[in-house]
Design a protein around this ligand. Structure first.
Ligand SMILES: [Zn+2]
Length: 81
């Protein structure tokens, strides 16, 4: 799977996590913890609501990639509105 980071292609196996606006938090003030679906380890804090989690990369200009410290799975976070 090719992921573009700052215009440079990286070959990474990732799981894409799509975030969108949390309607109960219109100002985006709440930070939530994303727990790895594989091992339940806390990976990263995020704002918004999770719209989808799927294997493979979504093309994005500013991808945020976080790796689970426990099982090493990489997650690509993409915010959509
Ligand atoms: Zn994990």
């Amino acid at each position: 799977m090719i992921v573009y980071i700052s215009g440079v292609a990286h070959n990474e196996e990732v799981i894409s996590v799509t975030l969108w606006k949390d309607i109960s938090d219109p100002k985006g003030m709440k930070l939530k913890m994303f727990f790895c679906p594989n091992c339940k380890f806390g990976v990263i804090q995020y704002k918004g609501a999770i719209a989808s989690i799927m294997p493979g990369a979504i093309p994005h200009d500013l991808p945020l990639i976080a790796r689970c410290a426990s099982c090493k799975t990489k997650y690509l976070f993409v915010t959509i509105l």
